[in-house]
Design a protein around this ligand. Sequence first.
Ligand SMILES: C[S@@+](CC[C@H](N)C(=O)[O-])C[C@H]1O[C@@H](n2cnc3c(N)ncnc32)[C@H](O)[C@@H]1O
Length: 292
Amino acid sequence: MEPIVRSGMRTENRRDETPDLNAALSNPNPQKEQMSHESMDRCLAAQAEAIWPEESRLLQAYELNARARILDAGSGTGQFATRLHARLPQARITGIDILPERIAPLRAQMTPGLTFALGDIFQLDFDDATFDLVACRHVLQSIPEPERALAELARVIRPGGRIHLLAEDYGMLHFHPTRHDLDLFFHNNMRSIREQTGVNYESGRHAPFWLETLGFKGVAVNYVIVDTLRVARPILREMFIAWRDGYTGLLAEMTGLAPDLVRERFEDMIACVSTPPGYAVWFVPIVTGIKI
Ligand SMILES: C[S@@+](CC[C@H](N)C(=O)[O-])C[C@H]1O[C@@H](n2cnc3c(N)ncnc32)[C@H](O)[C@@H]1O
């Protein structure tokens, strides 16, 4: 029998390899600077505009109880929790985020059915089996040891309850035409970031395996296709401008490319999505499973 080859890094075996990596693996939010940058607000708003219409159809298929207890883990600017609250006004939705600067502005929007609190995905302040649905969107690709975070999320789901992951994967993003080889650019980014910080930019392809390993049943993946034919170009343009503004510095530092060269690659993406006949597609995996 062929041995199983797991692509990407297995963080559980990498502890103690180097002091730097060890420190990185212990950081629950290594992209804190990017996560709290103002460009992230723009990015999350554009991403939600592009993704929510399809994603909300997938959520309907879960047939959630009107009074469901829902956790949005790593809630950021509250894009998901507030949209879901509008759909399910009687549900009890809690958003948690590790950054106080993300939680503070959301306090004004709190209602009995929609609350936000500080919290760490790796150590949730909830009893076992508290929630009917736990959502975690655009987070797994930014934290080390996502399997450990998923185990903690699983702990707080009731038996029969569901997990809903939006698991980014930068091997599922393509552009044509471009001046630079952007597939190679993303491939190199994924590798450098993984090696230096333990963060897995391929969480999309790993997430079904992680859920199966944790014992979820009915594991399924649906793809929200974000492309220049389905989503208005100005929304995509806004999204990639925000990525450029938030991530040029980090990617330059990680890959050793000069910031100007990283920026040029983002400009390439922005040009591609801005004007026909440029075509870009981002396959966004929405991964779900039922806790047994
Ligand atoms: C890219 S944002 C996504 C926000 C939101 N889920 C959405 O879909 O719009 C990721 C968020 O996860 C938060 N985060 C990162 N590590 C975390 C952790 N260990 N515990 C809780 N939140 C975390 C970040 O602070 C950030 O606000």
